[in-house]
Design a protein around this ligand. Structure first.
Ligand code: 0RQ
Length: 493
């Protein structure tokens, strides 16, 4: 091998205060495992010596604790984008220690190329293999790796022996040209391949290889409970009804599904419904449920940006590559989440809301308006461009003390114009072709928890005759009530 083997500490020595560092991976899948810890140690040492040390951190989406957790605990994050879900990083950015801005995942690579976020100095990339010609075989996640590898002055490779070289052929690495030269993305079906099986870089930019065998840090999912099971059933029955009435073509359409416990439960329900034919997925995160459905024949092909699966499931895939290789493709997030492709393929998109309002606006990111949870991830990329978009959430949170459906969302991620269907464990509100008043009626009648129905009917009355009947003076009374008494059920208008 032409490259120098270096320690994680030597790798960290290439990184200086204020650098913008790009990391591979999408969720913990494919994110570097050991170099970030060494950068965190360097930050601690610098801080102990009274010197500033923080770096800009860009990566595909969330990462594992060994990246976001380590850097946040060392107070080494100057800014961070896009999606994140690590508890320590979340606390740090909600305290204001780390500057965070949320972005649509598909847009990050082009914004890096356009120079909107500054110069990417170093790319740290997890690889299963690297050739002397600079061909990098990525691992379980792609994210922004091709873009940061091209833009960075220097590349550090984390060569991770847990990932077999038989991964070659799983990835489809394609980067579009930038305007005014951009053309159509040549992905016309879920299975199409547009690019190359590896990321190609100038080998002279690779300054060292750090060896590791650390696994992806993908947490398990909460077991399906009666609420998430009912949400899943409602989604599956709604989709089956749309096939029956001819809205969805008989061949069905590709599914996109967000991350988390609710999304995992919804997917399991789709597989269990006999009226849903075997389907394909064009999505960002391929979770455990997808692999289970694939083995049962319910999912025939999945295009994604990462295999965000637990260790047992990843081992199962790697031990059965012959079975999985013609059923999976991993793409950069610029392509897995591409609005043009989403609209062309006619995706049925299913994402999760923290909060919805009675008119169909969605908050996916902010707890009670001000505390950042995770970020929008790819939900906006898909929602706006779907065949039709679905949002799911339980009708209440915190044992019923919070209604997830409120008069006005306390933070706005997805607008009423893009959100077509809202589904809770209570039922389904089909918002297509409905005016704001009709949407409010459908949502209160079908989705709101019985304990909050009258409260929300009363709110609408207070708004009086209007196109969108709001009472601006009391639109946030439910949130204020929770802040004051800890229970939205005490709300008075
Ligand atoms: O908190 O467990 O402390 O009670 O929020 O967690 O119920 O386990 O739900 O794992 O499915 O995550 C929206 C965060 C859901 C996720 C979100 C509290 C609730 C609980 C929710 P506790 P659960 P999940 C993919 C595409 C972003 C949008 C998206 C997410 C916790 O799905 O980040 O889909 N989505 N992007 O109690 C206060 C409310 C609440 C509330 C719930 N209204 N107010 N707290 N909670 N509703 C992302 C990528 O692109 C990678």
């Amino acid at each position: 091998m032409r490259y120098k083997l270096i320690s994680a500490e030597e790798a960290a020595s290439f990184i200086s205060n204020g650098d913008l560092v790009g990391f591979s991976g999408f969720t913990p899948a494919g994110a570097p495992k050991v170099v970030p810890g060494a950068i965190a140690a360097k930050a601690r040492e610098e801080h102990a010596n009274g010197r500033e040390f923080k770096i800009g951190v860009v990566t595909g989406a969330s990462t594992g604790d060994s990246l976001d957790g380590e850097l946040a605990r060392a107070n080494a994050v100057l800014f961070r984008t896009p999606y994140q879900s690590n508890g320590d990083l979340r606390a740090s950015l909600n305290r204001g220690d780390a500057k965070y801005f949320d972005m649509h995942l598909s847009q990050l690579p082009q914004e890096l190329r356009y120079g909107f976020l500054g110069k990417v100095k170093i790319a740290v990339i997890e690889a299963a293999d690297v050739t002397d010609n600079g061909e990098i075989l990525l691992t379980s996640g792609v994210g922004i790796a091709p873009t940061i590898a091209n833009l960075a002055d220097k590349i550090i490779i984390e060569l991770n022996s847990r990932h077999p070289k038989s991964l070659l052929g799983l990835h489809d690495i394609y980067e579009p040209l930038d305007p005014p030269y951009r053309r159509e993305i040549p992905v016309f079906t879920v299975k199409d391949r547009a690019g190359s099986p590896y990321v190609k870089v100038d080998p002279n930019k690779i300054v060292g290889i750090v060896e590791t065998n650390a696994p992806d840090q993908v947490g398990g999912f909460a077991p399906v409970d009666p609420t998430t099971a009912k949400i899943g059933e409602n989604v599956a029955e709604f989709l089956a009804s749309q096939i029956k009435n001819g809205t969805i073509p008989r061949e069905f359409l590709p599914i996109q599904s967000g991350v988390g416990n609710i999304a995992n439960a919804v997917l399991a329900s789709l597989g269990a419904n006999p009226d849903i034919p075997p389907f394909t997925m064009y999505t960002e995160v391929i979770q455990d449920a997808v692999i289970g459905l694939m083995k049962e024949g319910n999912v025939t092909f999945a295009s994604g940006c990462s295999l965000t699966v637990t260790t047992e499931v990843l081992d199962d895939i790697y031990n059965n590559m012959e079975f999985f290789k013609d059923k999976l493709v991993l793409r950069p997030q610029e392509i897995s989440n591409n609005p043009e492709v989403a609209r062309r393929l006619g995706l049925i998109t299913i994402n999760t809301a923290l909060e919805a309002d009675i008119f169909g606006n969605i908050n996916s990111t902010h707890v009670l308006g001000s505390k950042m949870m995770n970020g929008i991830g790819g939900s906006g990329d898909f929602t706006r461009n779907a065949f039709f978009s679905i949002y799911t959430c339980p009708s209440v949170a915190k044992g019923g003390k919070i209604s997830t459906i409120v008069p006005l969302v306390s933070h706005h991620d997805h607008s009423e114009h893009s959100v077509k269907v809202l589904i809770t464990e209570q039922g389904v509100a089909d918002l297509r072709g409905k005016s704001p008043c009709e949407r409010a009626q459908a949502i209160i009648e079908n989705c709101v928890h019985p304990e909050y129905k009258q409260l929300l009917w009363d709110y609408i009355k207070k708004g009086g005759a209007a196109h969108t009947p709001h009472s601006l003076a009391s639109a946030f009374n439910m949130h204020v009530e929770f802040a004051n008494t800890g229970d939205m059920r005490n709300t008075k208008w």
